[in-house]
Ligand binder design. Sequence first.
Ligand code: UDP
Length: 323
Amino acid sequence: MSKTILVTGGAGYVGSHTVLQLLLSGYKTVVVDNLDNSSDVAPKRVKELAGEFGRNLSFHQVDLRDRPAIQKIFAQTKFDAVIHFAGLNAVGESLVFSSSAAVYGWPKKVPCTEEFPLSAVNPYGRTKLFIEEICRDLRNSDSQWKIILLRYFNPVGAHPSGHIGEDPRGTPNNLMPFVQQAAVGRLQALTVFGKDYATKDGTGGPFLVSFRVRDYVHVVDLADGHIAALKKLSDPKRGCEVYNLGTGKGTSVLEMVTAFEKASGKKIPLQIAGRRPGDSEVIYASIKKAETELKWKAKYGIEEICEDQWNWASKNPFGYGSP
Ligand code: UDP
């Protein structure tokens, strides 16, 4: 019998890609999303992309804080696990939670292993850290719970079909949506933060600008990481376990821009600015634990990431709002 998974925030960027991989892996999937920062076009496209498995997707436009509506969904369906993407409360006794590399703060060295000391250098990182701690407390107080915390590095790219991808409301926060917008002319230039840093591009000379290094992981790889985590949850010995989901490779902003220019054939105009408060300089994952225990490893590199990102951007220059 196929398992049924509740996916909160399943219409969002990582959520929609994960729902597609879940369906293609034979899971029944119930998505709950209030569409605050996402579009109902995403689940529709996921359904189409999943072909015959699309019938195993049901979507509820519901706010997680709407208790009666959530209770109704729980009364209708018995869930085997919950994957929690929405930034609100979690439910269920098996849970995969989207944490972030932000819980490492400014790491003293790289690659970051899961045992590194945790700290937050911005409010976003603090919320992830708090929720991780609450999950650990939950498991310590009730051994019925099985929880996996997935620390994402930098999710980027889009489904290779070009039909689903990242579509932030309003001004984006992350690098790739800005790169994408600069390439299609929605932005005049990409602002590169970090003039006052010298890292691996900082080779000296009059144009010394640098470039923070991040671990960019393809969103389809990330989605597959959730399937691997769900499989791990069925291991009865599990308690509350944490895994990095990254590639183990660091890439600078300029390397990313160059790769995107190559994939798109577009020139990205740059504007160099000061550092962004709260940004760490170099961070990338140690991937040993996920590789050994989840048997998961990212398959895609920055070339495929940029090709897929461009495919999505050129097919949907205005995201899900495109004509
Ligand atoms: N970045 C940039 N310009 C932008 C957005 C981001 O230069 O418009 C840089 C940022 O300083 C960081 C990298 O791109 O070094 C990734 O930023 P993002 O916000 O995507 O991820 P995070 O910093 O949270 O890892």
